[in-house]
Write a protein that binds this ligand. Structure first.
Ligand SMILES: Nc1ncnc2c1ncn2[C@@H]1O[C@H](COP(=O)(O)OP(=O)(O)OP(=O)(O)O)[C@@H](O)[C@H]1O
Ligand SMILES: [Mg+2]
Length: 317
């Protein structure tokens, strides 16, 4: 499939400050790209340029083949944008809110009703249809805002921190919703501060730091490359020695470390593992069958940002 977003040499300066420095990035149709970076990295700036709300200082970008600089109207038709902050409309009911945005996109009144019901069931807000927008919880407002971006059935969704300010449950619900939109064939470009939180739904990840793209890569490729670097932690009842001996004879187990060599509790050890999930489950079964009193057995996810940076070093200049 071709690229649906093309960004080439995009730079944005605010006075002397270079908010975005020569960003080049392509997004394939149907991809889900996590755009990760700390505060002030330039994520919102990039998204505002892509959504035609801000002019770049130099460089170019296009969405579905339309230039954001020369054809802003066409770009707006193919994108749905959820900004990082959105105002609350007083005295407006949930259905009126969606009706208003659908009308803005010239959707005929006759089809709006059914469409609003469909959108509300997608974001699980049917039961709030006649409530006032200002009375919704933060998570519900965020889902309503996402529904609003879908009124004109855009191909590309540009979502600026869709999960910010949400409690853990609402974050999971937002993730499920993004997954559903991906299955509907949408291309999703969304920002977040935390890589580990979005990694499982992304097909690729772009990391931005102080206006510079420091890493960009395919998530499946990353995961494959990370396989040899798996780190497993096991905690046992009592003495670690029987476990250490068993691991010495086990397949695919690399270096084994425990306290005081590493900063781990005295009942826990960590080792490198070069196998796949099936090998891992065999290892656990075999340790248990040898009578090792395991309390916990888990893979360290570690700091995904660090691992990602190591893997992508050299791949991305
Ligand atoms: N209108 C503006 N005028 C001057 N400087 C700006 C303006 N908008 C953004 N900046 C600066 O540009 C840089 C990038 O800001 P941007 O909002 O794009 O970052 P961000 O990655 O979205 O951060 P956050 O995670 O906090 O949302 C920051 O240093 C910010 O202060
Ligand atoms: Mg931002």
């Amino acid at each position: 499939m071709g690229n649906i977003i093309e960004i080439e040499g995009l730079t944005k300066k605010y006075g002397a400050l270079v908010a975005l420095n020569n960003l080049t990035l392509n997004v394939e149709e149907g991809a889900v790209v996590g755009f990760i970076g700390p505060n002030g990295a330039g994520k919102t700036t990039t998204m505002r340029i892509l959504t035609t709300l801000l002019k770049p200082t130099s460089g170019q970008a296009s969405v579905a083949g339309h230039s954001v600089i020369r054809e802003p109207q066409k770009v707006r038709r193919v994108i749905g944008y959820m900004p990082d902050f959105f105002g609350v409309y007083e005295d407006m009911k949930v259905w009126e809110y969606l009706d208003f945005f659908a009308a803005c996109y010239d959707i005929p009144a006759a089809t709006r009703n059914g469409m609003i019901d469909d959108l509300l069931s997608l974001v699980d807000l049917n039961h709030k249809k006649d409530d006032f927008v200002e009375n919704l919880s933060r998570g519900m407002k965020q889902r309503l805002c996402l529904a609003r971006t879908l009124t004109h059935d855009p191909q590309v969704l540009i979502l600026d921190e869709p999960a910010s300010g949400l409690d853990p449950r609402a974050r999971i619900e937002m993730r499920e919703l993004l997954r559903e939109l991906k299955n509907m064939g949408k291309t999703i470009f969304f920002s977040s501060h935390i890589l580990s939180e979005v990694a499982d739904i992304c097909t690729s990840i772009a990391i931005l730091e102080a206006g510079n793209l420091v890493a960009y890569g395919d998530m499946a490729e990353m995961k494959k490359q990370l396989r040899p670097h798996r780190l497993i932690q096991i905690r046992v009842l009592g003495d670690l020695t029987p476990l250490q001996e068993a691991l010495l004879h086990a397949d695919k187990v690399g270096e084994t470390l425990a306290a005081p060599e590493v900063d781990l509790p005295p009942d826990t050890l960590r080792f490198d593992f070069a196998g796949n999930d099936q090998d891992l489950s065999h290892l656990l079964a075999s340790l248990v069958s040898h009578g090792i009193p395991i309390i916990s057995f888990q893979e360290e996810t570690g700091d995904l940002e660090d691992v990602f940076m190591q893997v992508t070093r050299g791949v991305v200049s």
